[in-house]
Write a protein that binds this ligand. Structure first.
Ligand SMILES: O=c1[nH]c(=O)c2[nH]c(=O)[nH]c2[nH]1
Length: 302
């Protein structure tokens, strides 16, 4: 005998673009996002008994995303996700949870002749702003916000020494290395009781994203890094200090290595140590360093 242990379904990769036209100034603002909505509830018989009477078609879910984007603000994405998720649990009595994921793509207003252009934008990197919104009937709304794909490099002021040396160690200690990573940073908000609670705090979401982004960049640039571990911890603690409504901040940072190249075989060319100028960027393998920073008093899961 078998039984359905867990199930959720919905529409993924719903691409949505919305423009706001300010009639007075002629300035237009655009948002492009990729949305996933997955539903949970009393849907077991659709799997076990071929009973489609409990199924909100994924096509209808896609339509609902478009209609909600038309009728409601799509920014901040934390609010849009909460509005969308709440719609499903309120509209359908047998749907008890909605899981909304939104990836917002980076369209940055163009500067032309030193002035912000009213309707032209540039995608200056693969960086995205992401949210995961879980709306659960009777429990509330959990929101996780994130930055992904923010690629950074510093050409000095990064060290790595004092690590374990044993019969497996070949890495040399260094007091000056290249540090490069693709930042994934996320921050977990304290649970919101309901949509009204998210609406009451909606003004906090954009400043939190700006703070997370600027603290990440500033700390990366200014810290004379002892290790990826230590630098990411410094980022996390500053973000928590800046945004009281956050419970945790999480980082996942690949260490994208740049190796020195010994060129002494060519006429004794000096290209190592203090003479290193030409390096070989490595695609793999890479270090991968993760951490979650919480508030002291919270239990650590180490
Ligand atoms: O910042 C670093 N942390 C490590 O844990 C590590 N390990 C390694 O080989 N290089 C580095 N760099």
């Amino acid at each position: 005998m078998s039984a359905l242990a867990a199930a959720r379904y919905g529409k993924d990769n719903v691409r949505v673009y919305k423009v706001h036209r300010d009639e007075k100034t002629g300035v237009q603002t655009v948002v492009e996002m990729t949305v996933c909505v997955l539903l949970e509830g009393d849907i077991e018989t659709s799997y076990t008994k071929a009973d489609n009477s409990v199924v909100v078609a994924t096509d209808s879910i896609k339509n609902t995303i478009y209609i909600t984007a038309k009728q409601q603000p799509v920014t901040p994405p934390e609010l849009f996700g909460s509005i969308l998720g709440t719609h499903f649990i309120e509209k359908y009595g047998h749907i008890h949870a909605a899981h909304v994921n939104i990836v917002t793509h980076r369209w940055v207003r163009m500067d032309v002749d030193g002035k912000p252009h009213p309707h032209s934008f540039v995608k200056d990197s693969a960086e995205t702003r992401n949210v995961q919104v879980d709306v659960v009937e009777g429990q509330g709304i959990d929101i996780n916000s994130a930055i992904q794909g923010l690629t950074v490099l510093k050409s000095t002021n990064s060290q790595f020494w004092g690590f374990i040396r044993d019969e497996y160690t070949t890495l040399k200690e260094t007091w000056d290395r290249i540090l490069s990573t693709d930042v994934s940073a996320s921050w977990q908000w304290r649970r919101f009781a309901r949509l009204a609670d998210v609406q009451a705090n909606a003004a906090q979401f954009n400043p939190a994203w700006e703070a997370a982004r600027s603290i990440t960049l500033k700390t990366f640039a200014e810290d004379n890094s002892a290790s990826v571990q230590n630098t990411m911890y410094k980022m996390g603690e500053q973000i928590l200090a800046r945004v009281p409504l956050l419970e945790t901040v999480e980082y996942s940072l690949p260490n994208n290595h740049y190796f020195e190249v010994d060129l002494s075989w060519h006429k004794g060319t000096k290209n190592t140590g203090k003479d290193a100028e030409v390096y070989a960027p490595q695609s793999n393998p890479n270090g991968l360093i993760k951490c979650t920073v919480g508030r002291s008093g919270q239990k650590a899961k180490l």
